[in-house]
Design a protein around this ligand. Structure first.
Ligand code: ADP
Length: 614
């Protein structure tokens, strides 16, 4: 048997079958997006080819021009999209068009299942690339030859059901030629006028010539170099969707140019959706680097800080040397400079949005705050700007009411040197803890941070505009005395009681102090500065790290009835007083989230109850 005509059949990976099933049966009405997906893949393959030509000498069909040819055939009911890009060899075909390498696709499929028959929305959010062809096709052929000399041409064929076959194809040209055999009710897609109308929306963003049935149809223009006033909202939208393979609209569009200190033309999109929130895994950086319209790198790692990986778009700088290689680009001082400049500019843009369009900024913040917080923890040079962009509730605001550090400082008394905050699982959890009351009684506002990452982020943020950021559960805070109700235990009794408690708790606490800060609670556990507090500990636990055994300080409230009672009990029944001390201490550790072993607590409680009811 001649190997040239040998056919190899393959079954699709289970996820691909699932995906195809959804694509084929989906109610998604916007079927034409498959054309955009295929043209966009062709354009990507051509960009990659252009880069290959810069570095590789041994290329298959080196003189073949870079471009996209689209043909329609009403008789055969086909639409063919051909590019002269990098193409695929046999292995790549199997890998790219038989499996789903994309880590987010599992999450996508999960979401599909969850949403039942409202599938259309979900497809609208994610997009499915090449496989979307099967929305319109009952068969797809891919004729392809890799850019690499010495590889074989291939034809991949599938009906989008269970599998596909691959045969050798000696005629295949470099690149990919995708033949879409249209379903009966999809014949509109073999009409020249219909395809032309679709292409008109975005073909000008493709930086290679596109022809439709021989007619040249795009102008090849770089949108980012045009003047803002000549660009319509729709053009921005289409550009975003086309170049970023995005399925949402841009939430923010920032288009600017600068001459000094670097010449920059930048067009940056903030998406509506944060796909990391859907559990789609970490996003890849999505801002491409160009020099005078020529792509240098489609997904450069270091062009922007990692926490801006959600941005999409283009940065074009004339100051970059055209022949800069991707490797040297990563470390070039110029790229670092671009990084700093553009990050600052973007943060300024957000500041303006936050001020002028508060509501939509808060929407953005709900979905993207994680990235800003990541920035605070990792980019010292942008910390001040990022801290100003944080939003949160505070003890003086109603639940749901949002504020920021600048407003906090405005409200605070001039002599207040610190900004106080508490972290916790929720507003309720923070409010029911023992720390807030002291601040409330003194009219001091406390900021609430309720996301798991917050503890970590706040530890990384030492100050805002010269005011120290201080966690309100720390022991070292000096609060002015306030007049509070109830008589203090006299100093002799107090001293004796503290000695007794210290003796009982020497294993659990560093020291015991009488305090003026407590109002309604008899005792509170305070973590020493620099020691991990409750949230930090649960994060460390989750990461499997060893917990340092830090001893907290126990503060007692000398005015509280329980403390008065305990002082008397200590004289009359030392044993029960000891149990009460242990129990109070565990209560304090529990509400501080520092109690590691709650079992003893229940047993002791039972003994105390027994004493009470006897
Ligand atoms: P995505 O484009 O999001 O990676 P697709 O399902 O559209 O997902 O395509 C899968 C892969 O198949 C692409 O990443 C690419 O490697 C390859 N591919 C698709 N179309 C082409 C093409 N026209 N030329 C070369 N490779 C292609």
């Amino acid at each position: 048997m001649s190997t040239a005509t040998e056919e190899h059949t393959h079954t699709f990976q289970a996820e691909v079958r699932q995906l195809l099933d959804i694509v084929i049966h989906s109610l998604y009405t916007d079927k034409e997006i498959f054309v955009r997906e295929l043209v966009s893949n062709a354009s990507d393959a051509l960009e990659k080819m252009r880069l290959k030509q810069l570095t590789e000498k041994d290329v298959f069909q080196p003189d073949r021009e870079l471009g996209i040819e689209i043909t329609t055939n009403e008789e055969a009911k086909t639409l063919t999209i051909s590019d002269s890009g990098i193409g695929m060899n046999n292995e790549e075909l199997v890998e790219n068009l038989g499996t789903i390498a994309h880590s987010g696709t599992k999450a996508f499929l999960e979401k599909m299942k969850e949403q039942g028959d409202s599938n259309a929305d979900v497809i609208g959010q994610f997009g499915v690339g090449f496989y979307s062809a099967f929305m319109a096709a009952d068969n797809v052929d891919v004729h392809t030859h890799s850019w690499e000399n010495g590889t074989e041409g291939q034809t991949w064929t599938s009906d989008g059901a269970s599998g596909y076959s691959i045969t050798d194809n000696a005629e295949a040209q470099r690149g990919c030629s995708i033949v879409v055999h249209l379903k009966e009710d999809m014949e509109e897609f073999c009409q020249d006028a219909r395809i032309k109308a679709i292409l008109e929306k975005y073909s000008n963003f493709v930086s290679f010539p596109i022809t439709l049935n021989g007619e040249h149809i795009n102008k090849v223009e770089a949108l980012w170099l045009k003047s803002k006033k000549d660009i319509s909202e729709d053009e921005y939208k289409e550009f975003y969707k086309f170049t970023s393979h995005a399925f949402d609209d841009p939430r923010y569009t920032m288009h600017f140019s600068a001459d000094a200190p670097l010449s920059i033309n930048a067009l940056l999109f903030t998406p509506t959706e944060n796909t990391e929130q859907f559990g789609m895994g970490q996003m890849e950086p999505g801002v491409s680097l160009y020099c005078r319209k020529v792509l240098i790198d489609a997904k450069p790692d270091k062009l922007l800080p990692e926490w801006l990986r959600f941005l999409r778009g283009v940065i074009d700088s004339e100051d970059l040397p055209l022949n800069i290689s991707r490797e040297s680009m990563q470390d070039s001082a110029l790229v670092q400079k671009l990084n700093g400049l553009i990050t600052k500019r973007y943060l300024k843009f957000l500041e303006k949005e936050a001020k002028n369009n508060t509501e939509s900024y808060e929407e953005f913040y709900k979905k993207f705050s994680r990235f800003l917080k990541e920035g605070i923890a990792t980019s010292y040079e942008h910390q001040a700007q990022l801290a100003g962009l944080l939003r949160f509730e505070t003890s003086l605001n109603e639940p749901g009411e949002i504020t920021n550090f600048a407003q906090y400082i405005d409200r605070a008394k001039e002599e207040q040197e610190s900004i106080y905050y508490l972290t916790g699982m929720s507003r309720e959890a923070i409010e029911s803890g023992p720390y807030l009351e002291a601040f409330k009684a003194r009219g001091l506002e406390v900021c609430f941070f309720t996301e798991p990452v917050d503890q970590y982020v706040m530890e990384a943020l030492p100050e805002f505009k010269g005011k120290k950021l201080v966690s309100a559960d720390r022991g070292e805070i000096d609060l002015e005395d306030v007049v509070t109700e109830g008589e203090e235990l006299d100093s002799k009794k107090r001293k004796k009681l503290i000695e007794f408690i210290e003796n009982e708790l020497s294993e659990k606490f560093e020291k015991v102090e009488s305090s003026g800060r407590l109002i309604d609670s008899p005792v509170a556990a305070l973590t020493p500065k620099d020691a991990p507090n409750a949230q930090m500990r649960s994060m460390m636990q989750a990461m499997g790290q060893d917990m340092p055994s830090t001893k907290a300080t126990l503060e007692i409230n000398p005015r509280h009835a329980v403390i008065h009672g305990l002082s008397n009990l200590m004289e009359s029944d030392k044993e029960t007083a000891g149990l009460v001390v242990q129990q109070l201490a565990d209560n304090a550790l529990l509400s501080a989230g520092l109690l590691d072993n709650p079992h003893k607590m229940t047993a002791r409680m039972n003994v105390l109850i027994e004493k009470l009811v006897k």
